[in-house]
Design a protein around this ligand. Structure first.
Ligand SMILES: CC(C)(COP(=O)(O)OP(=O)(O)OC[C@H]1O[C@@H](n2cnc3c(N)ncnc32)[C@H](O)[C@@H]1OP(=O)(O)O)[C@@H](O)C(=O)NCCC(=O)NCCS
Length: 133
């Protein structure tokens, strides 16, 4: 029988600080760097749910809502929202915090699809998801 896991079993929070190498000439976080961090965070949540290796299959939607400035702290949170047989939908939110003022703002949201893979690089079944928390 297929095991069931809760959303909280696999939720991942990851923190980064925007350093000079992460920025464009305006001093804002590069979009590609933020997408890389989001992909890592989503992939960790997927792997935690599946207990298998995972690959990014798709990024369904990504919104750059607010620029993130150099020096700010970015907290990324990845949560599973749905699973198929071998695929997992993961929503990632990135919150930027100005460390001088303490002000926070949602800078970015994205929806990823990951697929669990076995050792022969074939999609493998993942546990069901209990979203009633
Ligand atoms: C993702 C991948 C494993 C899917 O392989 P596939 O031969 O299409 O496998 P399947 O048809 O069995 O699909 C497996 C699952 O992935 C889902 N899937 C495949 N492509 C998808 C896409 N573009 N968007 C959403 N889901 C997708 C299928 O719906 C299926 O889900 P389910 O089992 O929950 O029903 C394959 O395309 C791949 O290896 N892609 C490269 C992954 C990679 O290297 N990522 C890094 C990014 S550079």
């Amino acid at each position: 029988m297929r095991k069931t896991k809760k959303v909280s079993d696999s939720t991942v929070t990851m923190v980064q600080q925007v350093l000079p190498n992460d920025t464009n000439p305006l001093g804002n976080l590069l979009g590609g760097t933020l997408m890389h961090w989001m992909d890592i965070c989503a992939g960790l949540a997927a792997a935690r749910h599946a207990n298998e290796a995972v690959v990014t299959a798709a990024v369904d939607h990504i919104d750059f809502k607010h620029p993130v400035r150099m020096g700010e702290m970015v907290t990324l949170t990845a949560k599973l929202t749905k699973v198929g047989r071998t695929s997992m939908n993961i929503s990632v939110e990135a919150v930027a915090e100005n460390l001088k003022t303490g002000n926070t703002i949602i800078a970015n949201r994205a929806d990823f699809v990951f697929v669990a893979m076995d050792s022969e690089y074939q999609p493998i079944e993942v546990p069901l998801l209990d979203i009633d928390e």
